[in-house]
Design a binder for this molecule. Structure first.
Ligand SMILES: [Ca+2]
Ligand SMILES: [Ca+2]
Ligand SMILES: [Ca+2]
Length: 470
């Protein structure tokens, strides 16, 4: 078999999928994030085998004939790959994903976390013109070696040193403060790998519930809900085994362990606890408003402070809006990943919910590229979107390992993690103060001017030192 040394994976196609499904009434979804990482090894193997056989031609032809739905339902990752290959005659197939050689067990991966500390070395090559009829591609270079190439159509980007959330200043301040408050963060999302070494000590535990006895010990209406609830299946099993890279990744960004190995979460998992509320099912991460509303009610009734909503729909639900507006919790929502062509759009005019709901306790987040501009696929809006945060080539936990993912679904957890870090050590601030701290200290960037309300990006180092106006 041909040696696989590159990976072709175009975000465009997941966008297409998201755009197609977004019109279904009442359908919520994770807004089209793309992903590659150690968790995708099985898929890569299948891709490699298919590429060696007639099967690939079959898939490519079928994709051209627009049997997209079939592939979306059957094998989304294959669909994504084969669909983007359609129309090509001379496809160069090569793939290389992060391996054990790149990410040594026990090593720190902090240098890969440009969102937290950007030294300016990360770059994306110009798309190669390629041979006629072939895909062009670009490589993404991290210090220590490239990890992947992505599909055509994206501009060349070189990182700007310092375009990061300045987490080190935030941690320095955090470590200088004497008080800690326990903060519960509800992740309304897919399930989470709660046994992941990055997360196992940061998962919320319902202290009033005895797991596995078939009794609702705390009388909250949910039997054996020890880490949260699976609203898709009506069970306490929050690790259900599919599509869980999405929420596991977000959880790692928020509270990945500070143990010197793997990634660093923004907040301290010793005090910030992840309540897992699975509402999004399948590898595509699809859900509905009823489950999201039930999850919000659960979060509020069981002590959550902050709710991360890396999901969206174009269907307005007044009950959901009212539920958010009248909640004491702070909500953080993704602005969404653009249209079917992967182009970000203005959600002031074409709203994405919950990001476009008008609520004092809601922060909506766009995706910031590592050169300080808005990512091409990120939605925006002066009235609906508050600020941008890093969301592209984000390394975090995925079931069984680590992976890079991109999208506004990765941007929202940056804000959620920062809010949790601040709220845990700034016992003088309310959750609404924390929102003001984050918005009032957003770092203005020319590339964000006129696109998001603050015209700026998340600055955790500044936000954590925010002084309330007297
Ligand atoms: Ca219970
Ligand atoms: Ca029980
Ligand atoms: Ca770690």
């Amino acid at each position: 078999m041909r040696k696989i040394s590159w990976l072709v994976l175009r975000r465009f196609c997941l966008m297409g999928l998201a755009g197609m499904l977004a019109v279904l009434p009442g359908t919520l979804q994770n807004p089209g994030d793309s992903a590659v990482g150690t968790g995708t090894a099985a898929w890569l193997e299948r891709f490699a085998q298919a590429a060696e056989s007639r099967e690939f031609e079959h898939f490519a032809q079928a994709a051209e004939s627009r049997e997209f739905e079939h592939f979306a339902q059957a094998e989304p990752r294959e669909w994504e790959c084969f669909a983007q290959a359609s129309g090509t005659q001379d496809l160069e197939l090569s793939a290389r994903t992060l391996t054990a050689a790149d990410l040594q067990p026990g090593a720190s991966y902090f240098e890969y976390q440009w969102a937290l500390s950007n030294d300016g070395r990360l770059r994306r090559t110009p798309p190669s013109p390629g041979a006629p009829g072939s895909l062009s591609y670009e490589a993404v270079f991290f210090p220590g070696g490239f990890y992947a190439v992505w599909g055509s159509g994206y501009r060349s980007v070189s990182a700007q040193a310092g375009v990061d959330i300045d987490v080190q200043t935030a941690w320095q301040f955090y470590n200088s403060t004497p008080e800690r408050r326990t903060v519960t963060v509800a992740l309304i999302d897919t399930g989470v790998d709660v046994t992941h070494p990055e997360l196992q000590n940061a998962v919320w535990v319902n202290a009033d519930e005895i797991p596995g006895d078939g009794i609702d010990n705390d009388g909250n209406g949910y039997i054996d809900d020890i880490n949260g609830w699976n609203f898709c299946d009506g069970t306490p099993v929050v690790t259900a085994g599919e599509g869980e890279d999405h929420a596991t990744h977000g959880a790692g960004t928020i509270a990945g362990s500070w143990d010197g190995t793997g990634i660093m979460g923004i907040a301290d998992g010793a005090y910030v606890k992840i309540m897992v509320l699975k509402t999004m099912a399948g590898t595509d991460g699809l859900g509905n408003s009823e489950n999201v509303k039930a999850a919000i009610r659960y979060a509020q009734a069981n002590g959550a402070d902050i709710v991360n909503l890396s999901l969206g729909t174009d269907t307005y639900d007044p009950e959901l809006e009212s539920l958010i507006q009248n909640s004491p919790m702070l909500f953080v929502a993704s602005a969404g990943n653009g249209d079917s062509l992967g182009a970000g759009y203005n959600v002031d005019f074409s709203p994405v919910f919950p990001a476009s709901y008008q609520a004092d306790n809601l922060i909506s987040v766009a995706n910031l590229m590592f050169d300080g501009t808005l990512e091409e696929s990120s939605n925006y809006g002066m009235f609906s979107v508050d600020l941008a945060a890093p969301g592209t080539y984000i390394l975090s936990a995925v079931p069984g390992g680590y992976g890079f993912m991109s999208g506004t679904s990765m941007s929202a957890p940056m804000v959620t993690g920062t809010a949790a870090l601040i709220y845990s050590c700034r016992t003088d601030l309310s959750l609404m103060d924390v929102k003001q701290a984050i918005l009032n200290t957003a770092r203005p960037l020319d590339g964000l001017s006129g696109l998001v309300g603050t015209g700026g990006m998340l600055d955790a180092g500044a936000a954590i030192q925010y002084q309330k106006a007297q």
